[in-house]
Ligand binder design. Sequence first.
Ligand SMILES: Nc1ncnc2c1ncn2[C@@H]1O[C@H](COP(=O)(O)OP(=O)(O)O)[C@@H](O)[C@H]1O
Ligand SMILES: [Mg+2]
Length: 610
Amino acid sequence: MAEAGAAGTAAASGQAPGRQVGRVLGTQDATPLSFWVAIQSGAYLQLDDVVVTARALPGEATVLHSGVVTDVRARHEGAQFASDVFLIEEGVLPAEIQEVAEISVTRVDPELYVPPRPGAPARRAGGDERDAALYFDTMERRLPMGLGRDGVPVYLNFDFLDGSRGAHISVSGISGVATKTSFALFLLYSIFQCGVLGGRAANTKALVFSVKGEDLLFLDRPNTRLDDVGRDSYARLGLPAGPFPSVGIYAPPLAGDLTGRPDVRERTDGVQAFWWTLAEFCEQELLPFAFADAEDDRQQYTMVVAQVASMLRRSGSPAGTDGAWRVDTATLRTFADLVDLVTDKVTAEDTRAQWAGPVTGAGTVNAFLRRLRSAARALARLVRADLPAEAGRRVSTEGQQVTVVDLHNLPERAQRFVVGLLLRAETERKEAAGPGSLLFTMIDELNKYAPREGDSPIKQTLLDIAERGRSLGIILIGAQQTASEVERRVVGMSSIKVVGRLDPAEAGRSEYGFLPVTQRQRATIAKPGTMFVSQPELPVPLAVEFPFPAWATRPAEAGPAPSVGPGAVGTAGRTTGRSAGRTVSRTGGRTGGPGRQDPFAGIPHDPPPF
Ligand SMILES: Nc1ncnc2c1ncn2[C@@H]1O[C@H](COP(=O)(O)OP(=O)(O)O)[C@@H](O)[C@H]1O
Ligand SMILES: [Mg+2]
């Protein structure tokens, strides 16, 4: 299907695949790994074109050298001086324009590493030859990731993504033009829609953290701005052009609101508020996650953090059904209550040694309290027991394929708290579930969570995922403006490296050493929608153009939600009757479709963890 459409474009310009475009050059050395082609008149080659040339060896099979154009040049042959160009154009001086192209060899087949011979015809590769040049023929499970400059699909070897032979994707590029988030989502869409998951489709999930506006809250709505060109691209890639079919959306509760409404502006339905109860916070010793800044690890007060976390757990017990926690006579319902209690305990003479640690000085205790108070501002909305606890408030990837957690309204410290806790919970869940299922986690601005400098519980969780994710089945899709700010081991463990438009200063850094010089230069002018993707099997990163999102990225683009029949997996946190815009589904949106009557409506809520 795809080949036909693309061949059409190439044929129209007289550059049909299989056609000779020139000959192997004789004035430059040809080697088994790189050679130049002189382009014949009437033909052209551009960067990324796939070229093949053959060499017959006596008594051996014919060797095919195939590769990708990594440089093209044109010059007047015979011109010596800059001014010659005028004489040549006037016909006074004889000279020819000659274009040449550098081919970086991707494959020598069979593996006889002889150079191609000058004079040998070079042709544009199409069909099977193109597939072979780019190793698509050997990919057992291939993921369409966009179209090449020739309009034909370019694939990623899924073995290097799902953990079989490698895992993790790292996407870098300038904010707003590199289309990092869009490409990461497109890959997710492709993974779920192209059939590469086979039998694992049902238990493969994605957890997406949304940090920029409400852009990702409309993944389940079609994009009304998608035009025919866009739809054609999806068709060529063998993908339907539509929204994500199964999406659950979570957002923090609205500040200063005691009904537990999610804090979203643009979307009024199908969003579930999430928070942690004080009982969970104390029982699970979550306090260290509130101190997750890079500078925290070097401070002495981290000892106090651990001690206080442990004391909160040991000296308290649950109170009531909404997740309150009682320590002595105090009942903690808000984070402020907790801060008050902890302040008392670590400053009062009789409890200080036990709560802060026996040898802790007043300076350290004060440093701890200062940090705790600033954490309180960030976490008050997220850790509380002043809302009716309902099952749906826990973020869960269970009931839908894609789970979006909206963080954009939260301060950075609270964002780190949420990402750290959810990743830890998912890692534990996956460990318990055993192999078989996959979880893709998409984290924007990875540098905030796993910065190169410093240490924190969240960075440790991410490092753990980077290192063990392959065997656990947790795949990290990380995006950042600059790879040089992200922990080396996290970027280093990514099998798939992607860049969109790069800042020129950034492009020169060693983190982008996988890009050939011409691609580094090109990345500084790459248009939205163009990405360079490096995968282990291919010596040259491939340039791809991925189609415009088929799902809405803002309310203005959102078409009507596709009708979903009963029983279909739909949006999580759906409302039953939409009382005050609040989701009250007892099942927390984990099962059932939007049109379905909630059979549990009216029955009192079970306390978590139901
Ligand atoms: N394939 C595409 N072609 C052209 N523009 C695109 C494409 N995908 C996304 N865009 C647009 O580019 C803009 C920036 O994309 P985004 O993914 O948010 O970038 P980043 O995450 O790098 O900041 C968005 O407004 C989006 O509409
Ligand atoms: Mg982004």
